[in-house]
Design a protein around this ligand. Structure first.
Ligand SMILES: Cc1cc2nc3c(=O)[nH]c(=O)nc-3n(C[C@H](O)[C@H](O)[C@H](O)COP(=O)(O)O)c2cc1C
Length: 251
C-alpha cells in the first residue's frame, strides 16, 4: 500500500477490524488518568470561574457569522478573565463522571468520542495581564493554570517550530494541544486515532467562537515541526505529542 492509501485508510472507519480486537478496557486493564498528573508544589494560578465571567459579545449567531482566521494581532494584552474564558470554552470540565466509585470520564464544553478527552492544553504566554512569559499547562479539572517554565527567545522558538509562520510570534498566547494517545486507545484501540483527531477540531472551533466573544482572533495551525513543538512543551513525542496549535491575539 502506498503512503497516500495508508493515510486515506486512517480517515476511514476501522470498526470491521475492531470486531476481532479486544481492547485494554475489555481486558480490565487500569484506565489511564483523566488528566496528566502535576506536581502540587508547582506554581498554580487560580482562573476565574465561568459563572463570574462577563463576555462582551455573547450573541452566538453573530459570533458564528464573524468567525474567521486572524493572523494579525495588536500588541495588546488579554486579561486573566479573558484567558479563563478561552480555556473554559475550549477544554473546560463541566463534571466528572464516576463509575464504581472511580473517576471514569470528564464531560466538557466540547464533545469527545466516548468522552475520552485525550488532550492536554499547553500555553505559551506572551501578553496576559499579571502573568509572566513562559510555558503553562491548563489543569482543566481544577480550572487552574500551572506555570511550567520560562522559555528563552519564546517568540523566535515558536516561529521556527511553526515553519516560519511569523504571526505565531506576535500572538498574546499560543494554544498548543497535545494528545495522550493511550487515553483513547485504552477503549478504542486502532479506532481511537481517527476519533481523537476529530475531537481536536471541536476544541479549536470552540476557541474560534470564544475569541469572537472577546474581540480576539485565532488561527488554527497544523503546519508545524513535530519534534520542535514537542520539545517546547516538554513531552516525549510518543506517549504524548502535539497535534494542533492556535495563536490568539487582539485584532
Ligand atoms: C486543520 C487546519 C489546519 C490549519 N493550518 C493552518 C496553518 O498551519 N497556517 C495557517 O495560516 N492557517 C491554517 N489554517 C487556517 C485555514 O487556512 C483557514 O481556516 C482557511 O483558509 C479558511 O479561512 P477562515 O478560517 O478565515 O474561514 C488551518 C485550518 C485548519 C482547520
Amino acid at each position: 500500500m502506498n503512503k497516500i492509501d495508508n493515510s486515506r485508510n486512517f480517515m476511514k472507519s476501522n470498526y470491521e477490524e475492531m470486531k476481532n480486537i479486544v481492547s485494554d478496557q475489555m481486558k480490565d486493564l487500569p484506565q489511564p488518568p483523566l488528566q496528566k498528573e502535576f506536581d502540587k508544589d508547582s506554581e498554580i494560578i487560580n482562573l476565574i470561574p465561568i459563572a463570574k465571567i462577563k463576555i462582551r459579545n455573547d450573541n452566538l449567531i453573530q459570533n458564528i457569522k464573524n468567525r474567521k482566521s486572524h493572523r494579525r494581532y495588536k500588541d495588546e494584552s488579554l486579561t486573566l478573565e479573558e484567558l479563563s474564558f478561552l480555556l473554559w470554552a475550549s477544554q473546560g470540565v463541566k463534571s466528572v463522571y464516576e463509575r464504581n466509585n472511580k473517576s471514569y470520564a470528564t464531560l466538557r464544553t466540547v464533545p469527545s468520542g466516548g468522552a475520552r478527552h485525550p488532550f492536554e492544553t499547553y500555553l505559551l504566554i506572551n501578553n496576559v495581564t499579571g502573568l509572566k512569559h513562559g510555558l503553562y499547562r491548563y489543569l482543566a479539572i481544577e480550572h487552574k493554570l500551572m506555570f511550567i517554565r520560562k522559555i528563552e527567545n519564546q517568540s523566535e522558538m515558536i516561529i521556527d517550530a511553526t515553519l516560519g509562520q511569523k504571526f505565531t510570534g506576535k500572538a498574546a498566547i499560543v494554544f498548543i494541544w497535545s494528545c495522550i494517545a493511550y487515553r483513547g486507545e485504552w477503549r478504542y484501540n486502532i479506532a481511537a486515532h481517527k476519533a481523537m483527531l476529530l475531537d481536536a477540531g471541536h476544541i479549536c472551533q470552540n476557541l474560534y467562537l470564544a475569541c469572537e466573544g472577546i474581540n480576539a482572533g485565532t488561527c488554527a495551525i497544523a503546519a508545524y515541526d513535530q519534534e520542535k513543538v514537542d520539545n517546547i512543551i516538554d513531552v516525549d513525542g510518543e506517549n504524548e505529542f502535539s497535534v494542533y496549535l492556535s495563536p490568539v491575539g487582539k485584532y
